[in-house]
Design a protein around this ligand. Structure first.
Ligand SMILES: [Zn+2]
Length: 259
């Protein structure tokens, strides 16, 4: 997965943090090798693989960690549940003490660091319960997109906002110039050509879940996995897609939510 550093004349700005303690420590070490102070951290959405490493990233620096109010509230609301899920998976590599964003920003507002101006887009629910891509510069050719596009990896749809995600794909693809570089959370960089791939991944997944025979849930799940592997013959992040099958089937009323 990706987090980013933007170097300005006298400062650094980070976009997102990483998931594990050791990755985040390495990211901090890289930051320190520039010999410039960290002036802000910008968050692209509310998922733990993007905020879990904030404690190591800021390392006690008093910096604003900036996101829309909805992203801040979602992280605070869901962090206990993420702890339950991630601790068994990652052990001590999931930070014991998490740092949350501390500075709210409204849709379309900017933050300037030296001559770099970042503008936030408050998307609301999309890939996660609350998403907030950032655009660098007035020409909008440099975009920190978060997980609105995955770089040819399997995707996480378990939060169930696929309708909003599809709408946001159309909204964002109209907004940015054709030659914009899209810096994404997993893989990439992506470009305007990748919107179609992301749309087809989501549509194929929802169709596969809808079309499966849920009288036999194990067979239904296997059928969805087979269809997604036919679309994308890769194992990268496959577990995220598999985690999404049951929640989306429940959301579509195909299985009991408790099953
Ligand atoms: Zn992610």
């Amino acid at each position: 997965m990706n987090a980013y550093l933007v170097e300005t004349e006298s400062s650094l700005v980070a976009v997102d943090s990483l998931l594990t303690v050791s990755e985040s420590r390495a990211f901090r070490a890289e930051l320190e090798s520039f010999g410039k102070p960290l002036r802000a951290v910008l968050l692209t959405h509310s998922h733990p693989d993007h905020y879990g490493g904030l404690t190591e990233l800021v390392a006690g620096d008093d910096v604003p960690i900036i996101a829309p109010r909805g992203v801040i509230d979602t992280i605070a609301r869901d962090d206990d549940v993420k702890e339950q899920i991630l601790r068994p998976m990652f052990g001590d590599e999931w930070a014991k003490e998490r740092t949350f964003p501390n500075t709210a920003i409204a849709d379309g507002e900017t933050i300037a660091v030296d001559d770099a101006v970042f503008r936030v887009i408050d998307l609301g629910p999309s890939e996660s319960p609350h998403d907030s891509p950032w655009v660098l510069g007035d020409d909008e050719r440099t975009v920190f997109l978060g997980d609105q596009i995955y770089g040819r990896r399997h995707c996480f749809l378990a939060d169930g906002f696929f309708r909003e995600w599809l709408q946001n794909i159309e909204r964002l693809r109209r907004r940015f110039p054709a030659d914009a570089v899209l810096y994404i959370g997993h893989g990439g960089p992506a470009s305007a050509a990748d919107w179609d791939w992301q749309r087809s991944y989501i549509v194929t997944f929802v169709d596969a879940v809808t079309g499966a025979d849920w009288t036999d849930p194990d067979r239904a799940r296997a059928a969805v996995v087979a269809e997604m592997k036919a679309l994308l013959p890769s194992e990268e992040l496959q577990f995220l897609m598999e985690l999404s099958i049951q929640p989306v089937a429940a959301q579509l009323g195909l299985v009991d939510a408790a099953a």
